[in-house]
Ligand binder design. Structure first.
Ligand code: FMN
Length: 207
């Protein structure tokens, strides 16, 4: 069945995209406003786009009343921290998605700990096993008010137990137990079911 997106209402386009492009990793984004107040919220319009420079992308929708705090803070300060979400923190992540008043610290509200960052002002979430300190490369402001953020990763924090070999940067990915966003109201996936398939011979790691 073909769905031509021309003339399709926004909600239907969203349904088609969000129920097929799955699982989406979740960026648990921490920002600060210009007064230094901390904000956290999850975003599944998220992925890594390249490694040279290390680039990631976020998609932040606009509320009828204006920009979400995350978009407003990123625009104002140019800095943010992307934390990843393990299964054990799924409920805490979900708690931080409520539409809190600007200036409410969702990290504290969810019982989590803010840890200082190394290169940027917004803190990271101490309980998360992976945190990436980022600065804005490009902001794309779409007509609908949607903000696409391209960010450069300046530094990464990893839980000690997930680092198998520091020199070679071997990471115990399964141990991170990260979750992904699926379809509909509240479906998520775990990364516990996997299979291994080596690339065909003769293809190098960039091919
Ligand atoms: C798992 C999950 C993924 C989400 N992904 C997005 C997203 O990609 N873009 C978006 O605009 N909102 C997304 N949201 C909703 C925001 O988290 C929510 O609007 C939040 O209140 C924004 O907070 P802020 O105003 O503090 O930035 C998501 C929520 C959840 C629970």
């Amino acid at each position: 069945m073909l769905f031509d997106f021309d003339g399709l209402p926004r909600e239907k386009r969203a349904k088609l995209l969000l129920s097929t492009v799955v699982p989406r990793p979740i960026a648990w984004v921490v920002t600060r406003d210009e007064a230094g107040r901390v904000n956290a919220a999850p975003f599944s319009f998220f992925n890594v786009m390249g490694s040279n420079p290390p680039t990631l992308a976020l998609g932040i929708a606009r509320r009828p009343a204006g920009l979400k705090d995350t978009a407003a803070n990123i625009k104002a300060t140019g800095e943010f921290v992307v934390n990843l979400v393990p299964h054990r923190l799924a409920e805490a992540m979900n708690l931080t998605s409520f539409d809190a008043e600007s200036g409410v610290d969702e990290i504290a509200a969810a019982g989590l700990t803010a840890q200082p960052s190394h290169r940027v002002a917004p803190p990271r979430i101490g309980e998360s096993p992976v945190a990436m300190e980022c600065k804005v490369m490009t902001l794309i402001e779409q007509e609908s008010g949607h903000t696409i953020v391209l960010g450069e990763v300046l530094a990464m924090h990893l839980a000690e137990e997930a680092v198998m070999d520091v020199e070679r940067c071997y990471i115990d990915t399964p141990a991170l137990d990260l979750i992904g966003r699926m379809h509909g109201g509240g479906w998520y996936s775990r990364t516990t079911e996997r299979f291994d398939m080596p690339r065909p011979a003769g293809i190098n790691r960039y091919g």
